[in-house]
Design a protein around this ligand. Structure first.
Ligand code: C2E
Ligand code: CA
Ligand code: CA
Ligand code: CA
Length: 278
C-alpha cells in the first residue's frame, strides 16, 4: 500500500556523503546528456482570460538511460554550480527557437514562447551576442521570444543587469521576472528595468483561497504591475477558484495544471488545434 511505500523510502534516505556522490555522478553524466540526446523540451501552455492558448513556457527534461526521468529541480542547480548550464542553456535557447520557428511556419498563431535563463548564463559577458546569433541562425521573430529571469539574478549587480537587459531589448526580445515576490527587488529597480511581464510565483497562488496574506500579496503585485505598465502572468494555477480570484484582480495570463501540465511539442500542437476544454 501507499503508506508502506513511504515507510520503506525512509530506509533509503541517503547519507550526506551518498548525496554528494550522487550529485557528482549526475554531474558527470550531465556532461554527456546533450550529445547523447537525453535532453528534451516540454511546453506548458500560457492562456489568456478566455482560456485561449497564446504561448507556452519551455521547460527542460532529462531522461537518463538507467535512472529514468530526473527533475530539473534536481539537475539545474547541479548544472548551475558546475558551469554546465552554459552549454545546456545554449541548447535550450536554440531548441526552443527552432520549435517556435517551425510552429510559426505552420501558422499556429502563437504570440510568444517563454524561455528560462539561468543567472550564470545571463552573466556571461558574451550573452547578448550569443542570443543574437541564435536568433539569426534560427530565423525566429525576436519579439515572440520572452526570457524569464529570476528575481535573484536581477538584484545582483544591478548596473550590469540593466545594461544586458537593454541589449536584449534592442534585439527585440520580451523580458519577464520569474518567481516574482520571492526575492527582494525594490520598486526603484523595477522602474529602471526594461521589463514587459511580471510572473507571480506559484507559492503565492497555491494558498490564495485560504491565506489572506497571500491573496493580498497577489492582488498587490497585480496592481503594481498595472501601474508600471507591465503584463502579469500567474504560474501554478491549479483550481477554478484560484483562476477566478486572479481574473477578478486583473491578471492577464495564466499557466498551471488547471489548463495543462508541461507536454512534449507534438502534444502541445495537438492541444493548440483542439483548444483547452473550458
Ligand atoms: P519555474 O521556472 O518556476 O517553472 C515552473 C515549474 O512549476 C515547472 O516545474 C512546472 O512544471 C511547474 N508547474 C507548472 N504548473 C504547475 C501547477 O499548476 N502546480 C504545480 N505544483 N507546479 C506547476 P519544472 O518543469 O519541474 O521546473 C522546475 C524549475 O527548473 C523551473 O521552475 C526552472 O527554475 C527550472 N528550469 C526548468 N527548465 C529550465 C530551463 O530550460 N532552463 C533553466 N535555466 N531552468 C529551467
Ligand atoms: Ca520559469
Ligand atoms: Ca516558479
Ligand atoms: Ca490551492
Amino acid at each position: 500500500a501507499k503508506d508502506d511505500g513511504r515507510d520503506t523510502i525512509r530506509f533509503f534516505l541517503p547519507s550526506m556523503q551518498a548525496a554528494a556522490d550522487y550529485r557528482l555522478a549526475l554531474e558527470k553524466e550531465l556532461r554527456h546528456a546533450i550529445e547523447r540526446d537525453e535532453l528534451s523540451l516540454y511546453f506548458q501552455p500560457q492562456v489568456d482570460y478566455h482560456g485561449n492558448i497564446l504561448g507556452a513556457e519551455a521547460l527542460i527534461r532529462w531522461t537518463h538511460p538507467t535512472k529514468g526521468f530526473i527533475s530539473p529541480g534536481t539537475f539545474i542547480p547541479i548544472a548551475e554550480a558546475s558551469g554546465l548550464i552554459l552549454s545546456i542553456g545554449e541548447w535550450v535557447l536554440r531548441t526552443a527557437c527552432r520549435h517556435l520557428k517551425q510552429w510559426n511556419d505552420q501558422g499556429l498563431g502563437l504570440t510568444h514562447l517563454a524561455i528560462n535563463v539561468s543567472p550564470r548564463q545571463f552573466r556571461q559577458p558574451e550573452f547578448v551576442g550569443q542570443v543574437q546569433s541564435i536568433l539569426d541562425e534560427t530565423g525566429v521573430n525576436p519579439s515572440m521570444v520572452c526570457f524569464e529571469l529570476t528575481e535573484g539574478l536581477v538584484i545582483d549587480n544591478i548596473i550590469d543587469t540593466i545594461e544586458k537587459m537593454q541589449g536584449l531589448k534592442k534585439l527585440g526580445l520580451q523580458l519577464s521576472i520569474d518567481d516574482f515576490g520571492t526575492g527582494y527587488s525594490s520598486l526603484t529597480y523595477l522602474k529602471k528595468m526594461p521589463l514587459d511581464i511580471l510572473k507571480i510565483d506559484q507559492s503565492f497562488v497555491r494558498d490564495i483561497e485560504t491565506d489572506a496574506n497571500d491573496a493580498a500579496i497577489v492582488a498587490t503585485i497585480i496592481a503594481m504591475a498595472e501601474h508600471l505598465y507591465l503584463k502579469v502572468i500567474a504560474e501554478g494555477v491549479e483550481t477554478r477558484p484560484e483562476l477566478d480570484f486572479l481574473k477578478q484582480n486583473g491578471c492577464n495570463l495564466f499557466q498551471g495544471y488547471l489548463f495543462s501540465r508541461p507536454i512534449p511539442g507534438h502534444q502541445f500542437v495537438d492541444l493548440l488545434a483542439k483548444g483547452i476544454p473550458q
